[in-house]
Design a protein around this ligand. Structure first.
Ligand code: SF4
Length: 225
């Protein structure tokens, strides 16, 4: 099949509707769940994303809530010691690195930005420990910004579809920015994270009951259920 035929066959609008329905029974991705609970400022979203790095949602969600119970703004976070922050985020991966990073972000915001995190991509990316995945997700959710966040699920699934062909998440992000309609830029992460956890899983995806099986090229899938 030529790439033109693949593009024609893969109806992204239809796929997003079907996936929305398919993931309805499952928990939302952590950042979207936190936003629904009111933790939707750029600062809270950025800190929650740092906490979530290499950490399961089941752990990062209660850890984020525990930290935000003590400090929800940069000024409040700045009042905590680095040791306090490390203790509060205990359980997340690399807490010993993330604690100082969170403290440094809070300090810089207090000293240079009046305690507010502006919706400024370059500023977010300038913080130690913050890459495009977290910066884009925080900006997308908290600032309604036109950004795509590509994590392991978005990367794996869009390549399996044959919608993009890219070797790593960074290249997938660039490819999606060129191809994916802007109306789906936030939802591609919101929907594909639970879809990737429960249906299009890393090993043995559930292709036999997948609602978009007819459209999917199943590229790289060698074993499925
Ligand atoms: S058909 Fe299989 S590989 Fe394709 S999206 Fe569905 S679960 Fe994933």
């Amino acid at each position: 099949m030529t790439s033109f035929d693949i593009d024609k066959a893969f109806d992204i609008d239809k796929a997003m509707v079907l996936i929305e329905e398919a993931v309805r029974p499952y928990p939302k991705a952590a950042m979207f769940e936190l936003a629904d609970e009111g933790y939707d400022s750029p600062f809270e979203q950025l800190i929650a994303c740092i906490i979530s790095i290499r950490t399961y949602d089941e752990v990062s969600l209660p850890v984020s809530r525990r930290l935000f119970a003590k400090a929800r703004t940069a000024a409040e976070m700045h009042q905590l010691s680095t040791a306090d922050i490390i203790q509060l985020i205990n359980g997340t991966s690399f807490a010993g690195n993330k604690g100082p990073q969170i403290k440094a972000i809070a300090q810089q915001l207090v000293e240079e930005h009046g305690g507010e995190l502006p919706c400024d991509r370059e500023l977010l990316l300038s913080f130690k420990g913050v890459g495009p995945k977290c910066a884009h997700l925080a900006l997308g959710i908290a600032c309604d910004g036109p950004y795509i966040s590509v994590d392991t699920h978005v990367h794996r699934i869009t390549n399996r579809w044959g919608y993009v062909e890219a070797k790593n998440p960074e290249k997938t992000m660039v490819a999606l920015e060129e191809k994916l309609p802007r109306r789906h830029w936030i939802d591609i992460n919101r929907l594909l994270v639970p879809f990737g956890k429960h249906i299009c899983t890393g090993k043995r995806p559930r292709c036999s009951t997948c609602p978009i099986r007819d459209m999917c090229q199943q590229i790289g899938v060698t074993s499925s259920r």
